[in-house]
Write a protein that binds this ligand. Structure first.
Ligand code: OGA
Ligand code: NI
Length: 333
């Protein structure tokens, strides 16, 4: 029911019971490490291959600057306009069916989860654009135009990153582009309202992304993304004009565990709502995920079974976001 959307409900003065995490699962915000930076990589850097190799091994996460995505300000603007629309307008798009290709929903998967997350999100499929844009919201009036432009620009960055990651694994430049097939591209426009008790809940609990990698645009004025590094949560404070790259489960599997799918979470705050735009770069569903021979050696035997991305994705959505790491279920005996 659409009235479950946080962006429709009246402002809460205390956190509803079904959002409260049991004590051991709470975010412990005072323990978060602030001010340590995660790697920032200039896409025009002459040393980009080494820089990406280091970042993918150490953090599974990095910021990119000089990415050429010019529609960033408009994309943030139209996202916030969308969540400001009247309730009836948003209700038209509501669904809790995770298989729907366009839906406005809340939390993560309200059909399976026991504790909710303090987030609404609009999920879109974005490739090929001609196929999906007609089903996107036509309000705000500029939505289709702005989001399509953003999707095209982000896809360019995604392809560039895949080529650099291939080279950084000492593979042929086109290796990952070829092996991942006609890449799917999905988007989640996340809306995290102000939360009366941010210590008790999450926008998104700790998780890794199930796809190849994610390109995340953060609200430049409101922090909320945190990444796990050596057992500590570190704040990835937004930097103007930077996009966050999060390595996902499929690049961890394809690199035979050399690159780490980053554990990350989104926390909320009581001062200001926050918007983020996650672009998920995904293998084609039929692709068999199997690392190249070159990355399987006596010293590093194959870690995961081979599987299709379709199998993985189905398994991922049948679970809860904060269950055991989905990739663990695909390990060799
Ligand atoms: C996601 C995600 C983080 C954020 O959408 O998968 O991790 O800061 N988002 O919104
Ligand atoms: Ni994520």
């Amino acid at each position: 029911m659409a009235n479950q959307l946080l962006s429709i409900a009246p402002r809460h003065v205390s956190l509803p019971e079904n959002y409260v995490r049991p004590e051991p699962q709470r975010p412990r915000l005072h323990e978060v490490i602030a001010g340590t930076s995660i790697p920032t990589i200039d896409l025009n850097s002459p040393d980009i291959i080494d820089e990406v190799a280091d970042a993918c091994t150490s953090h599974g996460c990095f910021l990119v600057v000089n990415h050429g995505v010019e529609s960033v300000p408009e994309m943030l603007e139209v996202s916030s306009e969308f969540f400001d629309l009247p309730a009836e307008e948003k209700a038209k798009h509501y669904s809790d069916d995770p298989m729907k290709k366009m839906r406005l929903s809340t939390s993560s998967n309200v059909r399976t989860e026991t504790v909710r997350n303090w987030r609404d999100y609009l999920r879109l499929h974005c490739y090929p654009l001609e196929e999906f844009v007609p089903s996107w919201p036509s309000n705000p009036p500029s939505f289709k135009r702005v989001v399509s432009t953003y999707c095209r620009e982000v896809r360019q960055v995604g392809m560039q990153i895949l080529r650099v990651i291939s080279l950084s694994l000492e593979l042929e430049e086109e290796y990952l582009v070829k092996i991942l097939g006609e890449l799917e591209q999905h988007m989640a426009i996340n809306y995290y309202p102000r939360c009366p008790q941010p210590e008790l809940t999450y926008g998104l609990p700790p998780h890794t992304d199930p796809n190849a990698f994610t390109i995340l645009l953060q609200d430049p004025s409101v922090p909320g993304l945190q990444v796990l590094k050596d057992g500590h949560w570190i704040a990835v404070d937004p930097q103007p004009n930077a996009l966050v790259i999060n390595i996902g489960d499929q690049l961890q599997a394809l690199s035979n565990g050399r690159y780490k799918s980053a554990w990350h979470r989104a926390v909320v705050n009581s001062d200001k709502e926050r918007i983020s735009v996650a672009s998920f770069v995904c293998p084609c569903k039929s692709v068999v995920i199997n690392p190249p021979e070159k990355l399987i050696t006596n010293g590093s035997p194959a870690v995961y079974k081979s599987y299709t991305y379709d199998e993985y994705y189905t398994k991922f959505w049948s679970r809860n976001l904060d269950d055991e790491h989905c990739l663990e279920l695909f390990k060799r005996e």
